[in-house]
Structure formats: C-alpha cells, structure tokens
Ligand binder design. Structure first.
Ligand code: DC
Length: 221
C-alpha cells in the first residue's frame, strides 16, 4: 500500500477528477493544491491586497489558515475556518491565480503547508509540482497527460456545460498557451519527476484511469 501519492499534470488531463475518485476508493485524504492557490488568491482580492507589494503580501500570508475537512466523503477547503469552495472558482480568481501562483513567497508558504498536510495521514495530493518539489519522497508519483487536442475538447465541453460557448480553436490555443507558460516558468515549472509514472489519458475513460492507478497504489513493489 502506497501511503503518499502525488499526481501532477497539465490542465485537462483529468487530474482533479481522477485524484478525487482515487482518494475516495482508497479512503485517503484528497488534497487539491490548486484550491489552496485559489484560496490565497481569493483572500488577497477580498482584502484588497496588492500582491505585487511583497511586504503587504507577507503580512497577508500571516493571516491565512488553510485546512481540508472531509464532509460527506468529500474533502472541502476551509479558509480561516470558513468553507470557500464556490468563491475560489469565481472568474476574478481565475484571472489572478496564475500570477499569484508564480510568486515564490506564496509557493514557499504553501509548500510547507502541503507537505505537513500530506504527511499527516494517507493522502493523494494533486497539483503541478507535487512529485518534483512538494513530495519528492512520495511512494507513488503519477504524471497524467493527454494530447492537447483532447484536453481542449474536454475543456470546451466543460465550458459549454456552464453555458460558455467558445470556438474550439480558441480553447485549443488557450490550452497550448497555458502549457507553454506552466512548463517554462522559472519557479516550479510543470514537468514529470524522473521517477513518475506517465499516464496518457487521451484514450482512456475516467474509470479506467482510476482503476489502473488504484492497482498501482495497492500493489507491492
Ligand atoms: O488546478 P487549478 O486550475 O485549480 O490550479 C489553479 C492555479 O494554481 C493554476 O494557475 C496552476 C496553479 N498551481 C500551481 O502552480 N501549483 C500547484 N501545485 C497547483 C496549482
């Protein structure tokens, strides 16, 4: 049984869904690190803090307490004792989270928090730099990927379901652009750890991916 599981990969590879379902199947804590970057971003916006002002940012970080609690079998993020699942998915947060996630003080602050949380129990931690930076000692490292066209198709469908109808070409360009930014940023770029298991989900269903990873998690080396 692998105690510490890290899942990384680009947007649209199915990471969040797979990580959540895998954690549930294993009865492990699911840690969504993207939600943590989002919660910090939401706090900074709500308090009107200019995150380019390092002093103000440092003061703000001291006032943030993040936690996950399991409610009805799902892990829910808490910011200073309050649930903020919906707030952190707002468009304004989407717009600011990438620049906030680039700031090294923010990454440093969250790295420690993520490590402590992940090691406190049996856990599945999902993000962009989990296998490389946050939990380089993880027992199982997965890098989920999918062809850009497939990821764009999934994103296009997701947006359409939310009532946002964009041309597929625009969504694909956005996916490709984000891939470039994420993999070339100097702070914790998105890349697989040397010892990560690469899984291309392009032609797999969610269920197939979850079952495959479950086998990897429970098998002895
Ligand atoms: O997975 P997501 O869309 O909720 O992530 C939100 C943002 O946080 C996204 O810009 C990538 C960033 N992020 C990161 O830099 N490192 C992580 N471990 C997780 C997310």
């Amino acid at each position: 049984m692998k105690k510490l599981i890290a899942i990384d990969g680009p947007a649209g590879a199915g990471k969040s869904t797979v990580a959540r379902l895998l954690a549930k199947k294993l009865s492990y804590l699911y840690i969504d690190t993207g939600a943590m970057y989002r919660a910090i971003t939401y706090f900074l916006i709500k308090e009107g803090i200019n995150y380019e002002d390092l002093e103000a940012l440092n003061q703000a970080l001291k006032k943030i307490v993040l936690d996950f609690k399991v409610i009805d079998g799902a892990s829910v993020i808490f910011l200073n004792g309050k649930q903020c699942n919906e707030e952190i998915r707002q468009t304004i947060v989407n717009q600011h989270v990438s620049p906030v996630a680039k700031i090294s003080t923010v990454r440093h602050f969250l790295k420690k928090k993520q490590r402590d949380l992940a090691r406190s129990t049996f856990s599945v931690t999902e993000g962009r730099d989990i296998g490389t930076v946050v939990l380089p000692d993880a027992d199982l490292k997965i890098f989920l990927t999918a062809r850009p066209e497939v990821r764009a198709q999934r994103r296009w469908k997701e947006l359409k379901e939310k009532g946002i109808d964009l041309p597929y070409k625009e969504v694909l360009e956005n996916v490709q652009q984000r891939d470039t930014i994420d993999s070339t940023r100097s702070e914790a770029p998105l890349r697989p750890a040397i010892d990560a298991l690469l899984v291309d989900t392009s032609d797999m269903s969610i269920e197939e991916v979850v079952n495959f990873l479950y086998q990897k998690a429970v098998e002895d080396d």
